[in-house]
Design a protein around this ligand. Structure first.
Ligand SMILES: Nc1ncnc2c1ncn2[C@@H]1O[C@H](COP(=O)(O)OP(=O)(O)O)[C@@H](O)[C@H]1O
Ligand SMILES: CC(=O)N[C@@H](CCC(=O)OP(=O)(O)O)C(=O)O
Length: 313
């Protein structure tokens, strides 16, 4: 793969005509990586928030192909922002430390002790690995936690199981996003890599489900697309009894399905619904186990996974 120069990555090669305020750096031609993909012209300059799930990232070779895809998107003139997960990695360390691993309604029950581990694994390990994989191609990635510069502010999220409230501890729901920090990085040609940890309005630190964090960022950034990469082909109808992928859903159709969805898919589909209802044109769940799923499945014209669109489309 052709490595971009520092100047390209930082956007310092911009010329007034080619890339004015609010526009990414000019697009080199041909695209690095040598894959001659038909980039839709209308995607140039658009922001895409990509959630990379912890289950899809257990294979290091997928880190590498995902990183290549992001850099290629950047060169094609898009503005990718990554929100990473790390659920399996957090659970593995909790296990090793002899601490409880428990989920309710798809969310981790987070004690203050658990929160220390969540923060350590997400910002100290998973985020660093992804930043390293992307920066093998040039000085693109900048890692940050939702806590940094108040990028994400959360309030304690209530949870119910079988209609009864349950205490899930330091789990937050994002209520405010300081988009300017991320916008500035995008303007510089960087690829922000955000850990789903947020500062609470009460000064505490909250564990945020990565799907919901990605959705909140997509809305706040006015993203064109939200892409959720996971370890299944998409949303299966009749799961766990069937594996037939639901290809397309309107927001209204998804709203009706949501109460019946199981853990794992529940926050993903809730995130997709929130995003399209708040102006994101398309939210897509794709199979992150497939190498180059981001480029080939999402941006190269071959429909894959489950796509959620606003009502009336
Ligand atoms: N209807 C469904 N369709 C597909 N997968 C489902 C469904 N309901 C629950 N799941 C589960 O959700 C999992 C994906 O969520 P999760 O394990 O949290 O992944 P990630 O780490 O990508 O966030 C799948 O592996 C599957 O076990
Ligand atoms: C509240 C909550 O559940 N937070 C998640 C944050 C990480 C995450 O969402 O990772 P995946 O995307 O890999 O599942 C957790 O502690 O596992």
């Amino acid at each position: 793969m052709t490595e971009p120069s520092t100047a390209q990555a930082a956007g310092t090669t911009r010329t007034a005509g080619a890339a004015g305020p609010g526009r990414p750096a000019p697009v080199p031609s041909p695209a690095p990586g040598g894959r001659d993909l038909p980039w839709p012209e209308e995607l140039r300059g658009r922001t895409v928030v990509v959630k990379f799930g912890g289950n899809a990232m257990v294979d290091p070779s997928l880190h590498r192909t995902f990183a290549q895809d992001l850099v290629e998107l950047r060169h094609a003139g898009l503005r990718p922002v990554v929100v990473h997960g790390g659920g399996p990695q957090i659970s593995a360390l909790l296990d090793r430390l002899g601490l409880e691993v428990r989920f309710e309604a798809g969310l981790r029950v987070t004690t203050p002790e658990t929160m220390d581990v969540v923060r350590m694994v997400l910002t100290g390990h998973v985020q660093r690995e992804l930043v390293g994989a992307i920066n093998a191609h040039g000085p693109f990635a900048v890692g940050l936690s939702g806590e940094d510069a108040h990028t994400m502010t959360a309030v304690r999220r209530p949870a119910w199981v079988d209609g009864r409230p349950v205490d899930i501890g330091l789990v937050g729901d994002v209520v405010a996003v300081e988009a300017a920090t991320i916008d500035t990085l995008l303007e510089q040609g960087r690829i922000p890599v955000v850990s789903p940890v947020a500062r609470g309005e009460d000064g505490l630190v909250y564990n945020v489900n990565a799907d919901l964090a990605a959705s909140a960022l997509a809305v706040a950034l006015g993203a064109d697309r939200l892409v959720v990469m996971t370890d299944v082909e998409g949303l299966y109808a009749n799961w766990p009894h069937g594996t037939e992928v639901i290809g397309r859903l309107t927001a209204g159709e998804l709203d009706a399905l949501l109460p019946g969805l199981a853990a794992g898919m529940l926050p993903k589909m809730e995130g997709c619904l929130r995003a399209v209802r708040a102006g994101v044109a398309r939210a897509q769940v794709v199979d992150g186990r497939v190498p180059h799923a981001l480029l080939r499945g999402v941006f190269a014209g071959t429909p894959s996974g489950t796509t959620v669109v606003p009502d009336g489309i």
